[in-house]
Design a protein around this ligand. Structure first.
Ligand SMILES: [Zn+2]
Length: 199
C-alpha cells in the first residue's frame, strides 16, 4: 500500500460527483498507468488556480480579475439578465445557444437547511446592477425545486426595484422536477429557455 496514493485518492474523493470507486480509478490512472496525464493535469491546475477569477460584473468565470468575454460582448443584449445559481450554469446555457442576453451568478440558492441566507447570495449586487442600467427582462434560471422556487420569489419580492418596469420570466420546465440546469442536455435547456413564462 502507498501513503501518497491514499492521500491522492482521498483528495479526489472530495471532488463533486466523484465517489470512492471513481476516485480510486482516477488515482491509479494518474500514478501507475499514465504519468504524463498527471503532469499535464498538475500544470493545468496550477495555471487555473492562479489565473481564474470571478468576473466583477456577472460573477462567472474570468481571468486575472478582468471583466469576462460575455459581459464585454457588445452584440449581446445587456438589458436582459439571466440569473443562474453557478458559473457552470452559464456554460450549459451557452452551449444551448438560446440566450443572447447577459448573466448574473447568484452563488447558490436560499436554503435554511444549508444555512444559506440572502446575505450569502449576490442579491445586493443584482439590485445595484439593475439600478445602474437599463434592464428590461430578468430571466430566472434557477433549479426546479423548493429552494429554487423560494429564491425566485425572494428575488421578485425583495431584490428588484419597484420603480422600474421590468419583465420577470422563469425558464419553462421541460426539465424534470428537482433538477438542476447543469444536468440537462442542450436541447432541453433550449426548450426551457424558449418556453420561459412570466413569473
Ligand atoms: Zn462577466
Amino acid at each position: 500500500m502507498s501513503e501518497s496514493f491514499d492521500r491522492l485518492k482521498n483528495i479526489l474523493k472530495k471532488l463533486p460527483g466523484l465517489g470512492y470507486k471513481s476516485a480510486e480509478r482516477i488515482a491509479l490512472h494518474l500514478t501507475l498507468e499514465n504519468k504524463s496525464d498527471a503532469r499535464e493535469l498538475f500544470e493545468a491546475l496550477s495555471a487555473a488556480a492562479e489565473r481564474i477569477t470571478e468576473c466583477p460584473v456577472c460573477f462567472g468565470l474570468s481571468e486575472d480579475g478582468e471583466v469576462c468575454d460575455t459581459c464585454r460582448d457588445s452584440s449581446r443584449d445587456s438589458s436582459k439578465i439571466c440569473i443562474v445559481e453557478s458559473a457552470s450554469d452559464i456554460s450549459s446555457i451557452e452551449r444551448s445557444g438560446a440566450w443572447r442576453g447577459k448573466y448574473l451568478v447568484l452563488g447558490g440558492k436560499l436554503s435554511p437547511l444549508h444555512k444559506v441566507g440572502p446575505e450569502k447570495l449576490k442579491l445586493k449586487e443584482l439590485s445595484e446592477r439593475i439600478a445602474s442600467g437599463e434592464v428590461s427582462e430578468i430571466l430566472l434560471a434557477l433549479s426546479n425545486d423548493i429552494e429554487g422556487e423560494a429564491t425566485c420569489h425572494y428575488i421578485r419580492e425583495r431584490a428588484l426595484p419597484r420603480d422600474k418596469e421590468i419583465k420577470i420570466t422563469r425558464i419553462g420546465f421541460g426539465l424534470p422536477s428537482g433538477s438542476q440546469l447543469g444536468f440537462a442536455d442542450s436541447v432541453t435547456i433550449k426548450s426551457a429557455l424558449d418556453s420561459r413564462k412570466p413569473f
